[in-house]
Each structure stands twice: as C-alpha cells, then as structure tokens.
Design a protein. Sequence first.
Length: 118
Amino acid sequence: QVQLVESGGGLVQPGGSLRLSCAASRSIFSINVMGWYRQAPGKERELVATITNGGSINYADSVKGRFTISRDNAKNTVYLQMNSLKPEDTAVYYCNRKQYAGSWNEYWGQGTQVTVSS
C-alpha cells in the first residue's frame, strides 16, 4: 500500500504563489505517474497536472503558464508550484499516484485546501 502525504496548502491573495508537495511512502515500481487534481465546492474533481517517471508532463489548459509540476524521484516526491493564483483556483488539491505492477494501481492523498481570496 502506498501512502501519499501532502503539504503546502493555505490562504493566499490573488496573484500570489503557493508550493504544494506530496511524498509517497514507498516506490518500488518504476513505471508510474504522479499528479495533482483539484475539486472545488459543487464541482467534479479535475486534473491539474501530471508527470511520469520519465518526465513527461501534462497540464490542464486553465493552469498552463502559471503552474509548474516537478518531481524528485530519489525522494518519491512531486511538487506543484502555483503562481499568479486566481480565486477560481480555490479548491481542495489532491495528490495522485498511478503505478504499474502487472496492472495499474491508483492511490490518493488526503487533500490540502488552497484558498485564493483577498
């Protein structure tokens, strides 16, 4: 079982920045994708950004140019640098890990609140 521990959420003013981190408890399967999803009140969970173990990256159109995803494979950690934050970025952000071990397994973090408000 993989546990994902997130940190870095909080309250920030519009135009500000936050950095989220997510550490995986164990990583013995090299084929994996880590990423961030978010869910705003009354809305479905949506993809924010993903990064494969090989470094391939995918962003939602709404965050391109403002958010940057990165990972440190040695630390089993993924980061999300969020700049130029907008009120519409307010949501609970969830870390996600998919890994392949004969079949794909998926794990979720507990979520961290990001609130963008003046």
